[in-house]
Design a protein around this ligand. Structure first.
Ligand SMILES: NC(=O)c1ccc[n+]([C@@H]2O[C@H](COP(=O)([O-])OP(=O)(O)OC[C@H]3O[C@@H](n4cnc5c(N)ncnc54)[C@H](OP(=O)(O)O)[C@@H]3O)[C@@H](O)[C@H]2O)c1
Length: 130
């Protein structure tokens, strides 16, 4: 009996930034790309050089407004994994929290990685949402 493997959709926010470019490049690398049905790049600037480069390598670029939770909710619709790599502090950049709230609300998101890579509370592991 044959079984069809359902591949997850991964969405990354801040994937054009200093840290995020490395994560996005890894997700699109030949070693990892075949593990995902889709690598979705959420960005406030799809025209940026980094966003264009990632789109040419297979990322699906989705334009967002980081402070508008409704557009974030729409942008992560269908994603199984959401990686937050937005810059700045939570108080300095509210978009970080808006994305987390959207990921929790969406219901379909199974794993959420907060943007706390070695700074703040040190939550550098993924939070299981289901
Ligand atoms: N950089 C480091 O050396 C370093 C070291 C240790 C830990 N970290 C942590 O890693 C995470 C990401 O940091 P980063 O330095 O890679 O971030 P970053 O390059 O400053 O920003 C990442 C992305 O966030 C989006 N963004 C849009 N408006 C923003 C705003 N007003 N403030 C902040 N970000 C905005 C941009 O994406 P779009 O243009 O695509 O919308 C930007 O490319 C943070 O939690 C940081 O504390 C960074």
């Amino acid at each position: 009996m044959s079984s069809t493997k359902v591949l997850p959709i991964v969405a990354i926010a801040g994937g054009t930034g200093k840290l995020g470019t490395h994560i996005t490049a890894a997700l699109l690398s030949p070693q990892l790309a075949s593990s995902f049905k889709e690598v979705r790049l959420l960005t406030s600037n799809p025209a940026s050089e980094a966003a264009q480069q990632f789109a040419s390598k297979g990322a699906k670029s989705v334009s967002v407004n980081w402070t508008d939770e409704a557009t974030l909710l729409k942008a992560i619709k269908g994603a199984d994994v959401v990686i937050n790599s937005l810059g700045g502090s939570v108080s300095g950049f509210p978009g970080k929290n808006a994305l987390m709230r959207a990921a929790i609300k969406d219901g379909g998101v199974k794993v959420y990685f907060p943007s706390e890579y070695g700074i703040g509370m040190g939550l550098s592991f993924g939070i299981e949402l289901t």
